[in-house]
Design a protein. Structure first.
Length: 252
């Protein structure tokens, strides 16, 4: 009997040791594999969400500044800019600027394919950027030509068209465009060039301001050159045309 109890006790100790040994054994660590496609997918989703947040925010609040305005402020020491709602801008201004920069603005979804094909046919010497593309560049990106900038512009432009009404696109463009060295936005431009508010601009004045947009550092709205004056007259005719044929309806 004593021998049986001793054997039982030894068996229990052996079982306890085995159990203890099993508890102390650590599982092998899992090897984490680097999955580049998963990381790229996550990065693309994060980038897309960031774009949607930025574009969505500016659908309701005015952009406080832009990269180019900031850089010019540093270079010049100060800039002139005052945000003004589109309701406080003379309607002639929007029509003149659209006629000058993107007459088919109301007819496309951010890219004017006919103008793009014409630019390609002419070897790239002719500009084909729509007003929507220019807003994307002016608000978020940088000046100058590069494939990276054009790629970002191509991604962001449809998002802007999806989130913002056409009238909002014109409003933001008019408030961030450069009209002279250090003069940004239509309100500052109207006061700087003609001593009036944006609401008080005439079609002639609006056309002159639109005529300097491609090269505001060299063209003058006051005392314009012969070519700038000719361009302004053409813009005034174009503004009347898009008003008559309905191509201004989406932002009026």
């Amino acid at each position: 009997m004593a021998r049986a109890c001793k054997l039982t006790s030894m068996a229990r100790k052996t079982t306890a040791k085995k159990t203890s040994s099993k508890k102390k054994t650590k599982p092998a660590p899992k090897v984490r594999r680097f999955r580049p496609f998963a990381w790229l997918w996550r990065a693309a989703i994060s980038f897309g969400l960031a774009i949607c947040v930025l574009v969505g925010a500016y659908a309701v609040i005015p952009p406080p500044t832009t990269p180019y305005i900031l850089s010019e402020g540093v270079r010049l020491g100060s800039i002139s800019r005052t945000w003004v709602p589109i309701d406080d801008i003379a309607p002639e201004v929007a029509r003149a600027v659209v006629a000058a920069e993107d007459a088919n603005f109301c007819l496309h979804w951010g890219f004017d394919m006919a103008q793009l094909r014409a630019a390609i046919a002419q070897g790239g010497d002719r500009g084909a950027s729509t007003l929507s593309q220019q807003v994307v560049k002016n608000v978020w990106l940088w000046q100058g030509r590069s494939w990276l900038r054009k790629a970002l512009e191509g991604v962001m432009t449809p998002v802007v068209e999806a989130f913002w009404p056409k009238r909002r696109i014109v409003e933001i463009y008019l408030n961030v465009a450069e009209f002279d060295t250090g003069v940004f936005g239509i309100e500052a431009a109207a006061q700087h060039h003609f001593g009036v508010s944006a609401r008080g601009l005439t079609l002639r004045q609006a056309s002159l301001l639109a005529a300097v947009l491609p090269n505001p550092k060299e063209r003058q709205a006051v005392n314009p050159s012969v070519s700038t004056d000719r361009r302004a007259r053409s813009i005034a005719d174009g503004a009347a045309t898009i008003r008559a044929d309905g191509r201004a309806d989406c932002f009026q």
